[in-house]
Design a protein around this ligand. Structure first.
Ligand code: TRP
Length: 361
């Protein structure tokens, strides 16, 4: 049997180029390599509610935004099954049975959850749903018997938690669940893309994102206000490339063809960097170039997005169909799980025979 790939995102906002570099790009690559049996992408709305339960409209609005982001970067619904978590009830049921296999102190020890509790200021009023979301994520993964989970490094504790549940479940009830392996981006840069202000992380709350759906005008505005080298004041000044966001983003997106097309006086990024470091190259010039490069990269996404925005019923059908398929697979696993535990009372007449044998003489 081939690989089963599953990954997902919380629909709490539009996706940005950090998501693209850190994960979407790799999903498209995996999809096009075709080395898998099934490929699922989950819109994790139920998980998003665990810390946004008081703002459900935000989640509802962003479900479609995130799906449009997937489709715009080239996720092909013929090859990948996109589904909505809350519309697959088996996931919630599995979560309930897995909760028995995880202690409260184990949940409290999860480093990702720990730091999230801090940033959200839950203190001692942690909603139990929130504390349990790693268990629900284990349900997401195991329901599809996924053995390959492409995620960022911050998700490693979730995969670890999932596999502990798999081991414990299989030891107690029999070999049903499958061990999952995380697929982590290998290069540092791919792990975390900094914001346009130079802060360590591109994030909606820091208001320093370049969104996949940004218009050319928005891109231009953001590039022009981007953090470069504060000591590079006059064009003649030597400039720093490290920590300079223009070069950070060029490193992620530029190709030698871009030089031929927009800056033929240089052949590649190394020549451009060398000139900047030596002095004599102004910020406006490199910013104009980055603007061209980013718009080239995003224009393909824009074309697809506008197709899907103009055919939004097609998008609706894609997620409805994807969710239907997801239910078929997850229900099959739930059936096996209930059988293994012995709570499959009405699925055949085994239970009826048993009680008859016991009570009719
Ligand atoms: N926790 C993931 C995130 O915050 C989203 C997610 C939910 C997920 N279920 C998943 C990722 C299953 C991988 C597999 O980004």
């Amino acid at each position: 049997m081939g690989k089963i790939i599953l990954t997902g995102d919380r629909p709490t906002g539009k996706l940005h180029i950090g998501h693209y570099i850190g994960s979407l790009k790799n999903r498209v690559k995996l999809q096009n390599e075709g080395d898998y049996e099934q490929f699922f992408i989950e819109v994790a709305d139920a998980q998003a509610l665990t810390d946004n339960f008081d703002n459900p409209q935000k989640i509802r609005d962003n479900v479609i935004e995130v799906v449009l982001d997937y489709l715009s970067v080239g996720i092909d619904p013929q090859k990948v099954n996109i589904f909505i978590q809350s519309e697959v009830p088996a996931l919630t049921e599995l979560t309930f049975y897995y909760m028995n296999l995880v202690s409260l102190s184990r949940l409290m020890r999860n480093p990702t959850v720990k730091s999230e509790i801090e940033t959200r200021g839950f203190d001692n009023n942690i909603p139990s749903g929130f504390l349990n979301y790693p268990i629900s994520q284990a349900a997401d993964i195991t329901a599809f018997k996924a053995d390959c989970v492409p995620v960022g490094e911050d998700q490693l504790p979730m995969i670890e938690q999932t596999n502990e549940i798999v081991h414990k479940f299989n030891a107690i009830y029999g070999d049903i669940l499958v061990i999952a392996k995380a697929l982590i981006p290998n290069n540092d840069n791919e792990g975390r893309v900094p914001g346009i202000d130079g802060k360590a992380k591109m994030s909606k709350s820091l208001n320093n994102c370049i969104y996949l759906s940004d218009s050319p005008e928005e891109i231009k505005k953001k590039v022009m206000m981007m953090y470069t080298d504060p000591n590079h004041i006059k064009v003649e000044d030597p400039g720093k490339v490290e920590g300079n966001m223009v070069f950070t983003y060029l490193d992620l997106f530029v190709t030698n063809e871009h030089f031929a097309k927009y800056l033929p006086e240089y052949h590649n990024i190394d020549e451009l960097k060398a000139h900047y470091q030596k002095g004599g190259l102004g910020d406006v010039k490199i910013k104009r170039f980055l603007n061209d490069v980013l718009n080239d990269a995003l224009s393909e996404f824009r074309t697809r997005r506008s197709y899907y925005e103009n055919n939004i019923e097609e998008v609706y059908r894609i997620i409805a169909e994807g969710t239907k398929q997801a239910n078929i697979v997850a229900n099959e696993t739930l059936k096996e799980v209930k059988e293994a535990i012995g709570i499959d009372y009405f699925s055949d007449d085994k239970f009826l025979k048993e009680i008859k044998g016991k009570f009719s003489e």
